[in-house]
Design a protein around this ligand. Structure first.
Ligand code: HBI
Ligand code: FE
Length: 267
């Protein structure tokens, strides 16, 4: 295993995966593939269709990159787990998506704290095949390095969280999943669309920047884009003035209801 400390990338070590690792992948892949039709957005479905990713086992990042690179210039690089924010942003700014190379154990099937290869590859990579999302995540990386220098990292991290990780999008009048944190989770793929518990509201950048989130439970608020193309505008927006406007204003709890919120009914 060669590892270079400066960017935290390591070899994926595909040959070291055990039969159990591949079996966990197969279980998760088959469950999500059966569940997501009618729930995942068309861009996710389309991206998945063109990728060498199936139930046979954990994909080799080299095979994924042979398809992903020509499509949007992105590549998946293996990392041992969460990496420091600045390292993460730098990778994204250069169209390198850091993916954990480990997979959860059979007892963690339904939930794990740290993004594993199933969350990162099954959840994020199909959306990286979409040019709009591909540009948005690179813009996020570039913005992250800048936000960090402005002390506005928390605000930008909320934008990533409520879009790339837990975003919903309207599709032919219904709500669909585009966030990787939902798409890679069996229970949240049901909860995010069907449950009466969370609120769903129209995406509003300033509102998102001030809305806290939990990393250890289902989301209590989902923000809905009218169309994925809204990320184009978002990626080109200069967040600077918004940081200044939001940075010293109070934050909202994950389940807060705020005057001006435009609630969106379940599909
Ligand atoms: N590292 N590997 C990895 N994956 C992530 O999703 C990740 C990370 N480091 C930081 C991070 N996410 C978030 O804290 C930033 O989006 C702010
Ligand atoms: Fe993620």
């Amino acid at each position: 295993m060669t590892s270079s400390t400066h960017d935290w990338t390591i070899d994926q070590g595909w040959g070291q995966y055990t039969a159990q690792d591949h079996s966990v992948w197969r279980t998760l892949f088959e469950r999500q593939t059966a569940l997501l039709p009618g729930r995942a957005c068309k861009e996710f479905v389309d991206g998945m269709k063109h990728l060498p990713m199936d139930a046979s086992g954990i994909p080799d990042f080299r095979a994924l990159n042979e398809v992903l690179m020509p499509q949007t210039g992105w590549q998946v690089v293996a990392v041992p787990g969460l990496v420091p924010d600045a390292v993460f942003f730098d990778h994204l700014a250069h169209r390198r998506f850091p993916s954990g190379n480990f997979i959860r154990t059979p007892v963690q099937l339904d939930y794990l704290q740290e993004p594993d290869v199933f969350h990162d590859v099954f959840g994020h990579v199909p959306m990286l095949m979409n040019p709009v999302m591909a540009d948005f995540i690179q813009a996020y990386g570039v913005g992250g390095l800048r936000a960090d220098s402005m002390g506005a990292l928390a605000l930008l991290a909320r934008v990533y969280w409520y879009t790339v990780e837990f975003g919903l999008v309207r599709e032919a009048g219904d709500l669909r999943i585009y966030g990787a944190g939902i798409a890679s989770s069996f229970s949240e793929s049901v909860y995010a669309l069907d449950s009466e518990v969370p609120q769903r509201m129209a995406f509003d950048l300033g509102r998102v920047m001030r809305t806290l989130y939990r990393i250890d439970d289902f989301q209590q608020t989902y923000f809905v884009l009218e169309d994925l193309s809204a990320l184009l505008t978002l990626g080109q927006t200069d967040f600077g003035p918004l940081y200044a406007a939001c940075i010293d204003r109070p934050t909202y709890a994950p389940n807060a209801a705020v005057p001006g919120d435009v609630l969106v009914p379940r599909s």
